[in-house]
Design a protein around this ligand. Structure first.
Ligand code: NCD
Length: 344
């Protein structure tokens, strides 16, 4: 495998990622996807390394997918369940992280309902000069980098199955629909998709997509080269869907709604639910994504979710393992990227 340019100890946010970073993740994930199609799906890359899955919030896909990715790379994986942990006895999150550090953790994967927890743990690990890498697996409504990266791999694969690469996204129209204000998936995707040259169009009810939401994403923190982000928000769903190449639907994140922000779920489906009928104004080859879990019949119709011609939901989950293998590899072998995939 070729040497890669990669200089992130942690992956906490995609706001600072360059197009080169995305290309590195995609090409590394594609190599791991090849590994996953072999009879022997394991490589010795992270043998002897300890990966901890610190999920302080429920998860099915992300936790299992990180666990499988770490196991495919031959790491030792420690899973943590808050309900049966010493958190119930009053231990702090930072002390929990330090406990795993003392056991020799090399990489910590962290999900928490509060924004900034992975950043706080990473800062403490850096202060202690541990060299341990932190992967943000979702912090509050802030970011979910690995989800956006697996979405990127899924999109690039649809656009160019033989050679998935970020160039194929240039000028593609991607509509993101629904509960955007509460969505860490949407925020991470905004950074990645716009950095790769896609045109992103947001639509949702005004309570879930505040006016001027996109303003904070217009200025790129990356320089040079400056990225001119193609990002628009709409009050009408029709404007967002017209000619779209991809539609990303989002779950109504009721656990993050402080008050009732919608008249009714039925009304929401009527106005913003994605159905076959609604896709008629999109590009004829349009595909639909959803990070899941899905509320069937709310943000997307059951028929559309189950339509293999249109729905990429299963592919997203599959892409997750290879993408997370790529992230664990890039973080876990920083500075010595060579001897990885050739183990067998
Ligand atoms: C998302 C999450 O947890 O942010 N799901 C996921 O990781 N696959 C989206 C959601 O919960 O709706």
């Amino acid at each position: 495998m070729a040497e890669t340019a990669w200089n992130h100890r942690h992956v906490l946010s995609l706001s600072q990622f360059t197009p080169q970073d995305y290309e590195t993740v995609i090409s590394t994930a594609v190599s791991f996807r090849d590994v996953l199609s072999r009879r022997n799906k394991k490589v010795p890359t992270l043998q002897g390394k300890v990966v901890t899955n610190l999920f302080f919030e429920p998860s099915t896909r992300t936790r299992s997918s990180f666990e499988l990715a770490a196991k495919r790379l031959s790491a030792d994986v420690l899973n943590f369940a808050p309900g049966s942990s010493s958190l119930t006895k009053g231990e702090t999150i930072l002390d929990t992280a330090k406990t795993y550090l003392a056991m020799g953790a090399d990489i910590m994967i962290i999900r928490h309902a509060a924004t900034g927890v992975p950043h706080a743990i990473a800062a403490e690990l850096d202060r202690l000069k541990t060299g341990v890498g932190v992967l943000n697996a979702g912090d509050g409504q802030h970011e979910h980098p690995s989800q956006a990266l697996l979405d990127l791999l899924t999109l690039c694969t649809v656009l160019n199955p033989e050679n998935p690469n970020i160039q194929s996204l240039k000028g593609k129209k991607i509509a993101i629909v629904g509960d955007i204000v509460h969505s860490r998936v949407a925020r991470s995707n905004l950074w990645s998709l716009t950095a790769c040259g896609a045109e992103v169009h947001l639509a949702g009810p005004p309570t879930l997509l505040p006016a001027r939401f996109v303003d904070s994403f217009q200025r790129s923190p990356i320089e040079p080269p400056d990225i001119s982000r193609q990002l628009q928000q709409h009050t009408s769903l029709e404007a967002a869907l017209k000619g779209a190449d991809f539609v990303m639907t989002l779950r109504l994140q009721r656990e993050r709604m402080a008050q009732y922000l919608l008249p009714s779920v039925r009304e929401y489906h009527h106005q913003f639910g994605i159905t076959h009928e609604r896709l008629k104004s999109c590009s004829p080859a349009v595909k639909v994504l959803h990070p899941a879990p899905v509320n069937r019949g709310v943000e997307i119709s059951s028929e559309l979710m189950d339509d293999p011609e249109r729905s990429l939901i299963g592919q997203q989950v599959t892409s997750g393992v290879a993408t997370r293998m790529a992230l664990l590899y890039l973080i876990g072998t920083r500075g010595r990227n060579a001897e990885v995939l050739d183990g067998n």
